[in-house]
Design a protein around this ligand. Structure first.
Ligand code: ATP
Ligand code: MG
Ligand code: FE
Length: 346
């Protein structure tokens, strides 16, 4: 069966196509993404109205490109999955409306699915079925969560999450302080490679004995970096951008991997999946690999292209939901900007 996935929760218009095999394997056939990130760059963050308009313009051409690259026709589609939330209301609405139109026109079932679960499900396209239970560290522009996944098509439980900023948000804000472009993840990752990660001892949030075990906090770290940079500027010193980037990145990777490995060990879970845009970070996956190996935990990280927003992740999740025999969504579903991660499909 062929599943079409549509993503429009933030600033990427994504359309993916996958094949669900009879044995439950899900194969990637097409993954087309149009991003409006450049239109937001000068604002230092996503502008919702700009994103919605860009989705509207990009949706049909992106879908057409996906079918062309896969060598498939619209009539080959057996089911449609779309991101129903969480995300920006107006942006989500474009994808949901398009998905309804395709589903109605093609007379195929529609599945409104969860964007965050999609970030995890995408790993199955690269590494095969998820062993269950597994632990997922979801780190993206809007979320930082530790999740227990007993079934990707419906049983996800939150073990912890950020109490303030998301990891990606911290990257974007620190990049701004350092005069690096938006989005901040890739340029900080690059600068950090030339810097010394132990040059500055930035704080590791929520790691005290009295802090909740599996929660994160990145707002104090962000402020510490800003203060440090201001201090250097006040003294007329040149800001060692590479060292600040490396030291900041080390603090983020340290906290995320320490808590993820601890959660896996304490829950007796043998597999950790790291996903979401920040999973594209080179130091995070390197440190996770070291620590997982030491703890005897299998680590799975999708390739960077699949970590950031795309339609293939939604198609993949849709395929797992279809395979599980879930009931399709009604054609009157609406987008839910605050859809909780536990709700995998509507
Ligand atoms: P959410 O999934 O929570 O709704 P989102 O979809 O906007 O948020 P993603 O596209 O998954 O988020 O991730 C975008 C974030 O990933 C940005 O904050 C960006 O800076 C960060 N990011 C991308 N590449 C890297 C990298 N190499 N290192 C660190 N962060 C990165
Ligand atoms: Mg994005
Ligand atoms: Fe995302």
């Amino acid at each position: 069966r062929i599943i079409m996935g549509i993503e429009s929760s933030c600033d990427e218009t994504g359309v993916g196509l996958v094949r669900l095999h009879d044995d439950g394997r899900v194969e990637l056939l097409a993954d087309q993404v149009a991003s409006s990130v450049e239109q937001h760059a000068r604002f230092g963050g996503v502008v919702p109205e700009v994103a919605s308009r860009a989705h509207l313009e990009a949706m049909v051409p992106t879908a057409n490109r996906a079918f062309a690259t896969a060598g498939l026709a619209l009539s080959d589609v057996d089911a449609i999955a779309v991101t129903a939330g969480p995300g920006l209301a107006g942006a989500l609405l474009v994808g949901v409306s398009a998905a309804k139109a395709y589903a109605a026109a093609l007379d195929v079932p529609l599945y409104g699915v969860n964007h965050l679960a999609g970030h995890i499900a995408v790993d199955t396209l690269e590494h095969g079925p998820l062993p269950t239970p597994c632990l997922a560290l979801l780190v993206s522009g809007g979320h930082s969560q530790l999740l227990r996944v007993d079934d990707i098509s419906g049983a996800i439980t939150e073990l912890g999450s950020t109490v303030d900023d998301a990891a990606g948000e911290a990257y974007d804000k620190v990049a701004r302080v350092l005069g690096l472009p938006y989005p901040g993840g890739p340029p900080i990752d690059k600068a950090a490679k030339q810097g010394n990660p132990s040059a500055i001892a930035f704080p590791r949030g929520m790691t005290g004995p009295r802090d909740a075990k599996y929660d994160f906090s990145f707002s104090g770290l962000k402020t510490a970096v800003a203060r440090w940079v201001e201090g250097a500027e006040r003294r007329g010193e040149e800001v060692p951008v590479n060292d600040v980037a490396a030291s900041f990145q080390e603090a983020v990777a340290d906290v995320l991997t320490a808590k993820a490995v601890r959660a896996a060990t304490e829950s007796g879970i043998g597999t950790l999946v790291i996903s979401g845009g920040v999973a594209a970070n080179s130091r995070l996956s390197e440190l996770a690999r070291e620590r997982c190996e030491a703890a005897g935990i299998e680590l799975r990280v999708p390739r960077p292209r699949l970590c950031t927003d795309n339609g293939a992740m939604i198609a993949a999740l849709g395929a797992h939901v279809v395979a599980a025999g879930a009931k399709p969504s009604s054609l009157d579903i609406s987008a839910n900007p605050a859809l909780p991660v536990e709700v995998v499909s509507l």
